[in-house]
Design a protein around this ligand. Sequence first.
Ligand code: C2E
Ligand code: MG
Ligand code: MG
Ligand code: MG
Length: 285
Amino acid sequence: SAKAKGKNNFQFFSDDMALIASRKIALENDMRRAITNKEFMLYYQPQIQVETGDIIGMEALIRWQTVGGDVVSPGEFIPLAEETRLILPIGEWVLYTACEQAKKWHDAGHSHLKLAVNLSPLQFIHDDLMDVVEFTLRKTGFPASSLELEITEGVAVEDAETALTRMRELRKIGVRIAIDDFGTGYSSLNYLKRFPLNNLKIAQPFVQDMATNPYDKALVEAMVFIAHNLNMSVIAEGVETDEQLSLLKELGCDEIQGYLYSKPLSAEQFTELLVHGEISTKLVN
Ligand code: C2E
Ligand code: MG
Ligand code: MG
Ligand code: MG
């Protein structure tokens, strides 16, 4: 009967929910342990100036190498880290470690490099953010003007007023702000009007389809136009083909990031890239 079927469905659904909940608890516990065990590490993806082909900076991207050796991608644990607020200690570690590493690259003669660090909405509106940023810059000696914090449109969902205050405070000490995954959230244009942003990162889906879909190409063109008219620079994310690169060049995009140039690299691999201009095959992931 329909009733029995409905009941079965419910049963199935709640078993599923229980499974998801227990997996979540296990993951949360693993994540807490990972902080103490130092299982997190950072990879760095080069950012390339379109006009010159030079590396002008890098984005720090977190990886979780579990004791078992598996590498867990941020897409799998950042949402839960956010939900459990574990993103706060993890995010502090990311910022500190990335600034410390980037300072080494600056000191090795690459002082033009800009470091981009992702901040979750919770971190961004948290009361401690300015203390954390100022402490990190002071301790590592990394210059504020070389640091770019990436935020997503999600920050406005949390608390737009606080987000605006934070942005002003960060800009005041010389830190740059980029809007990540632009075009995938809501209120994009409203954001650009209200917030003091330095850099607009065009989200991967637009870039990946622009060579085959004229609508995506038109949207990328519009994003470049809007950014430039608002005195922001534009970087395209997820560039994988020469065709995408030449279109981006034609549309006046300033910078690119993507597998076409390089996957995210370990600090060791990134150093090798800076020194030799390439990575030896034994180092490639
Ligand atoms: P995101 O900040 O938009 O980072 C770009 C993502 O695209 C990275 O994935 C990168 O590895 C990937 N990517 C780069 N080039 C290409 C390409 O050419 N093709 C394709 N298919 N992918 C490309 P990843 O490292 O897995 O990070 C995923 C997301 O996790 C990030 O998206 C960011 O939102 C978040 N995340 C990463 N590290 C951190 C962190 O330290 N803190 C916080 N709060 N979030 C982080
Ligand atoms: Mg990012
Ligand atoms: Mg992005
Ligand atoms: Mg993102």
